[in-house]
Design a protein around this ligand. Structure first.
Ligand code: COA
Length: 187
């Protein structure tokens, strides 16, 4: 495979495009400062918009790199910024990467992340040439597990108590999932 980077992608309801620093206000308002969104994630709510701005400046700089796959998710109707999806830890020799995503609470439960992830998988397998995409989620994060399941990622194992939540003093099991190129193309 040859890296192709954060190409603009569209679906029926969504535009997936590179991040820019100017997105900070909307991202902060819609989810980056919401503890319900970050509950199972590896970061905590930003607290102040300056944190969001600094992060998005970095993401904008990274967006030109061919080995970066990181999209802002925008609702086509109304042009609202609603979430984030990326393929991380990419390796061109191994032809592998792993997904990460999150979205503002107001937009949950409408099939939007499934729609975004399916298109990202299509791009990764059909256009870039990845052989395998993996994903992990807290076992109790049912919504995230469903998104991966609906997109065809099979359960490959469970890491018992492998993650300590950042804002609650308890450990949770992590489910590892994956999908192969041939499986995606035969769906
Ligand atoms: C996980 C997340 C991205 C899902 O996005 P979404 O757009 O709501 O997902 P979809 O609507 O495409 O699919 C969610 C599915 O989970 C189901 N679901 C969600 N919460 C559920 C619950 N508590 N119990 C049972 N099913 C649940 C929905 O019904 C839907 O399934 P269905 O289509 O079969 O009805 C979103 O909730 C989110 O951003 N969460 C916070 C960040 C996060 O946890 N990211 C993932 C880290 S691994």
């Amino acid at each position: 495979m040859e890296h192709k980077g954060t190409k603009i992608l569209t679906t029926a309801r969504l535009l997936l495009r590179p991040w820019r620093e100017a997105d900070a206000e909307e991202a902060f308002q819609n989810w980056m400062n919401d503890a319900d969104v970050t509950r199972y994630l590896t970061w905590t709510p930003h607290g102040d918009i300056s944190v969001t701005r600094a992060l998005l400046k970095l993401w904008e700089e990274e967006s030109a790199r061919p080995d970066t796959y990181h999209w802002a998710i925008v609702l086509r109707e109304g042009n609202e910024l609603i979430g984030d999806i990326s393929i991380m830890h990419t390796d061109a020799y191994q032809e592998t990467g792993s997904v990460g995503y999150c979205m503002g609470k107001a937009f949950w439960g409408r099939g939007l992340m499934t729609e975004a992830f399916r298109e990202v998988l299509r791009y990764c397998f059909e256009e870039v040439g990845f052989a395998r995409i993996s994903g992990s989620h807290a076992a109790e994060n049912i919504g995230s597990g469903r998104v991966m399941e609906k997109c065809g990622l099979q359960i490959e194992g469970v890491r018992r108590q492998d993650f300590r939540l950042l804002l609650e003093d308890r450990r949770v099991d992590i489910v590892d999932r994956g999908i192969l190129k041939a499986e995606f193309l035969s769906q």
